[in-house]
Design a protein around this ligand. Structure first.
Ligand SMILES: [Ca+2]
Ligand SMILES: [Ca+2]
Length: 349
């Protein structure tokens, strides 16, 4: 990927057929992505790749397993984080990782929360897995999102996944050479507006604290009102747009402070403006690549950052509500060390 290359997703066309290989089609001008032929989401989170996920097949829910209930469907000989079938429940197979919480869980859930805790304290420890697991969410309107589930030697894990509004499935899978064990939850998130904008950042081990920013048109990173980030948007929301309307106010519903992170910003109703997305390497650690997934306008767009070091900023791209176009750049990195004061003070974007 060359600096300056742009990834775009049109307003229509992806539906359920998001495919990273297509979403990442490099375009020099204004070419539109093609519709993919299969429904899978890549193993694209940098941390998971670093931890060995790149050698594995990502979570998949299509193909010949369609319609089968979970259970006994592991794939011997291939360590694939895959949850086949469409029914909610627990997937198990001989020799596969053991998920200890399966018997106690409710796989059909309704919630008002925008975040699902993927935590062994509630979901049960996992034994016998090989490498990190994956979570994958598919919304009823074609939204897709995915992330890594890093486990420790004791089989515990603790991460979060942002929920879309309305019905969705959440798959959680762990694999070894015998196959995959996992859960499929059917979740209906209520008391929310369907549609809108979801921007999700993720990164892997060795980098403690990146920061996701969503900036209103005309404003810069770390603006005290028009930048939604950790200072403005976690415990409350800035009042953007119509002062009498809270649905056009953004919220950072996942803010991560260490490594193997995930962050998410949700905006239910967009103003007819262009929003900017930026990522700061706020804390300490080694070089790392981060990933962004944007769900907006019925399309899924994702991009991977250039190698980031502390006090650099990835100028990820723009989300234009007037044209319904998401344009992401994989090469735009700004060194902000000369203007760093509790965050980048450069007037970017
Ligand atoms: Ca953070
Ligand atoms: Ca408002």
């Amino acid at each position: 990927m060359r600096p300056g290359d742009v990834i775009e997703a049109a307003a229509a066309g992806f539906g359920l057929d998001f495919d990273r290989r297509v979403a990442l089609e490099r375009v020099a001008g204004l070419a539109r992505p093609r519709v993919a032929s299969s429904a899978w989401i890549g193993c694209f989170v940098a941390g998971a790749l670093a931890a060995g996920c790149g050698a594995r097949t990502p979570i998949e829910t299509d193909g010949d397993s369609e319609g089968q209930p979970p259970g006994g469907a592991g794939t011997p000989g291939a360590c694939e984080v895959r949850v086949p079938g469409t029914a909610s429940g627990a997937l198990d197979c001989p020799g596969c990782p053991v998920l200890e919480g399966a018997a106690a869980l409710s796989f059909e859930q309704t919630t008002d929360n925008s975040v699902f805790d993927i935590r062994s304290a509630e979901l049960g420890f996992v034994r016998g897995n090989d490498g990190p697991g994956r979570w994958r969410i598919e919304g009823n309107a074609g939204q897709l999102n995915e992330g890594a589930v890093v486990t420790d030697a004791g089989g515990s894990y603790d991460t979060k996944a942002p929920l879309f509004c309305g019905p969705q499935t959440l798959d959680l899978g762990f694999c070894n050479d015998a196959g995959t064990a996992g859960y499929r939850f059917s979740i209906e998130r209520q008391s929310c507006l369907e549609g809108g904008l979801h921007v999700t950042l993720s990164w892997g081990a060795g980098a403690s604290d990146l920061e996701l920013h969503l900036v209103r048109e005309g404003a810069h990173i770390n603006d005290p009102i028009d930048d939604c980030t950790w200072t403005t948007c976690v415990s409350s929301s800035p009042n953007w747009g119509d002062p009498a309307d809270t649905t056009d106010d953004p919220h950072k519903d996942i803010d991560w402070l260490s490594d193997n992170g995930v962050e998410n910003i949700e905006l239910a109703k967009l103003e007819p403006i262009r929003y900017g997305v930026l990522v700061e390497y706020w804390g300490t650690g080694g070089p790392i690549a981060a990933d962004i997934v944007v769900n907006a306008f019925g399309a899924v767009t994702q991009a991977t950052s250039p190698t980031m070091s502390p006090q650099t900023v990835w100028v990820v791209g723009t989300i234009d509500a007037r044209t319904q176009l998401v344009a992401l750049q994989e090469g735009a990195l700004v060194d902000c060390a000369s203007a760093w004061e509790s965050g980048c003070r450069l007037p970017i974007p």
